[in-house]
Design a protein around this ligand. Structure first.
Ligand SMILES: [Zn+2]
Length: 291
């Protein structure tokens, strides 16, 4: 009798362990992954989450996601009238983001901010200001993780966590995702497409995160400007990242475009035109129909 109850107790503890493990997996994929990376597990340890600055991880993606998923991954579009989309990653903060907002307001220009969920929770007033001044918000993950190193289900949960944080502040659920470092596994792209997201990359990279001076930022951006490009800047950085060159270059970039009669679209507006483009092309038989 005693042996039987000991057996039941063991089963209870094993079940409890399984329940705790599954809850941990669901509630905090990052913690769960850290557990998997314990040295005790030796070769079983998995390396997935790589938080860090742009400098540590930015490498060109070997797979052309736009070609693989032309209805989900947006890098540029074909507007009917001269238009560009200006985007800022990695915010919000209380240093650069407010200064960028001042410049955009002074020039009457709207842009899109791909925000990090955990940073949004630290600076909700900046997030509210972005929305109040007519700009759009996109999802740049909750922890600024390298999505290419994560399983598709983890990517979906990471984006959901970021959107939950953003929607608590703005009452809006962004559907535009900018993966940190532009990195994403094809299977994860398929998974997020099913959730209704678009993966928004960029056409023109200012490389401002390298702490470039104004002249270099202008060199990287001005010659590349044409209708339908998406321009990438940053609105916050790591402790060693200096974006002051970008701040000085931004008014010149905006004025150059305004003098040529360009419109400044937000990313949701770009996606609307992009979807219409894809549907029209599919009707003409030029492209496979979007799913
Ligand atoms: Zn980033």
């Amino acid at each position: 009798m005693r042996r039987k109850s000991q057996g039941l107790t063991s089963i209870f503890y094993i079940m409890l362990g399984i329940v705790i493990a599954i809850s941990g997996m669901v509630l905090s994929p990052q913690t769960f992954d850290s557990m998997l990376q314990w040295r005790l597990l030796g070769g079983l340890g998995l390396s997935r989450f790589n938080p860090g600055s742009e400098k540590m991880h930015r490498v060109p993606g070997p797979i052309d996601l736009v070609k693989l998923y032309p209805d989900t991954v947006v890098r540029q579009w074909s507007p009917a009238t001269p238009s560009v989309a200006i985007t800022f990653d990695d915010g919000p903060d209380d240093e650069y983001t407010p200064k960028i907002l001042d410049i955009l307001r002074d020039h009457g220009v709207r842009a899109t901010f791909f925000l990090i969920g955990s940073s949004a929770e630290k600076h909700p007033e900046v997030v509210k200001r972005i929305v109040a001044e007519g700009h759009a918000i996109g999802n740049h993950t909750y922890h600024h993780v390298n999505l290419a190193n994560m399983a598709p289900w983890q990517v979906v949960m990471e984006l959901k966590k970021a959107n939950t944080a953003l929607s608590r502040i703005t009452n809006h659920w962004p559907l535009a995702v900018r993966p940190p470092y532009g990195a994403m596994d094809p299977l994860a792209v398929e998974a997020v497409a099913k959730e209704g997201y678009k993966v928004v990359l960029w056409t023109v990279d200012s490389l401002d995160w390298r702490g470039l001076p104004k002249a270099k930022v202008l060199d990287n951006v001005i010659p590349e400007l044409k209708s339908g490009v998406i321009v990438l800047h940053h609105s916050a950085g790591g402790p060693e990242e200096d974006l002051s060159g970008m701040l000085e270059a931004l008014p010149t970039i905006i004025k150059t475009l305004q003098q040529k009669g360009y419109s400044f679209l937000t990313v949701p507006e770009v996606i609307e035109q992009f979807d219409a483009e894809r549907k029209a092309a599919a009707r003409e038989g030029a492209l496979p129909a979007p799913p």
